[in-house]
Ligand binder design. Structure first.
Ligand SMILES: C[S@@+](CC[C@H](N)C(=O)[O-])C[C@H]1O[C@@H](n2cnc3c(N)ncnc32)[C@H](O)[C@@H]1O
Length: 252
């Protein structure tokens, strides 16, 4: 697990406050796809529990795992007691039972690529469901996006996270669907997109950036300067695109 992968814990309360959560439609989509009762789930990289709470409130017994104890401490404050926590990177999870569902929200790209699919399949009962979802939150107005990029470009270039397998952003099938269709352990791969266009106060947008790993890699002085420059070009409220891409697959 790299330092960058473990950079979120230092800002766990801000992560909980400013990152957008997930809608109940994700849980509904997983249940509809499963076609069998989903009673137990293993979550990879649960963070502060933004997805965990949705599945737990849907009556699913969730085992929430994450290598970062600070993230799990925040999660504990946000989720029902029915949620079990395990502090471990996915690659280091102790052996355990198999589940009806394994899911990862904005965390799969942090897991080790080698052996990823056999490791996930090993945690699923036959016919069990894997769900991965997430997406980038970006400024909706292209002119404002360009102004923000220009304001910060001498201190920070690209702040996005490219697909781990190099899939282009405009490809019809996105990662990890591109890997799932080739993984022998999985079948019936589906991709869907939930569109979201929230508008947030400028301060909340800066708060959100303060939880993005590209910004967390900067020194404190540079980070403050980047945020000051961005703040100067932002209007009072910022419209965002925050679409969620959901991938579903079934263990053979
Ligand atoms: C962007 S956050 C997503 C948190 C949460 N799932 C959400 O959607 O808000 C990524 C999380 O992945 C965790 N992580 C990093 N490396 C990991 C690994 N190898 N296995 C599992 N989780 C990992 C981090 O600690 C962090 O909590």
């Amino acid at each position: 697990v790299t330092d960058r992968a473990l950079s979120f814990g230092a800002v766990a309360p801000a992560y909980e406050r400013f990152r957008l959560g997930y809608p109940d439609e994700i849980v509904d989509a997983v249940r509809a796809y499963a076609g069998h009762p989903v009673r137990t789930a293993l979550e990879i990289g649960a963070g502060t529990g933004k997805a965990t709470r949705r599945f737990a409130r849907g009556g699913i017994a969730v085992t929430a795992t994450d290598p970062d104890p600070a993230m799990l401490a925040e999660l504990r404050r946000q989720v029902p007691d029915s949620v079990t926590t395990v502090t471990a990177a996915f690659e280091q999870l102790p052996a355990g039972p198999s589940y009806d569902l394994v899911f990862a929200a904005a965390s799969l790209h942090w897991t080790a690529p080698i052996g990823r699919w056999s490791r996930i399949a090993a945690r699923l009962r036959p016919g069990g469901v894997f769900a991965a979802f997430g997406g980038e939150t970006r400024i909706a107005d292209p002119a404002l996006e360009r102004a923000v990029l220009a304001a910060r470009s001498s201190l920070l270039g690209d702040d996005s996270f490219p697909a781990p397998d190099g899939t282009p952003a405009d490809s019809p099938l996105q990662w990890p669907g591109t890997e799932l269709v080739r993984a022998e352990q999985f079948t019936d791969v589906r991709q869907s997109i939930l569109e979201r266009r929230p508008t947030v106060p400028a301060g909340d947008f800066i708060g959100l950036l303060s939880t993005v790993s590209a910004y967390l890699q900067l020194s404190e002085a540079i980070r403050s300067e980047v945020f000051a420059r961005i703040e100067r070009v932002l209007p009072e409220r910022v419209e965002l695109t925050a679409d969620i891409t959901l991938h579903l697959a079934r263990r053979c």
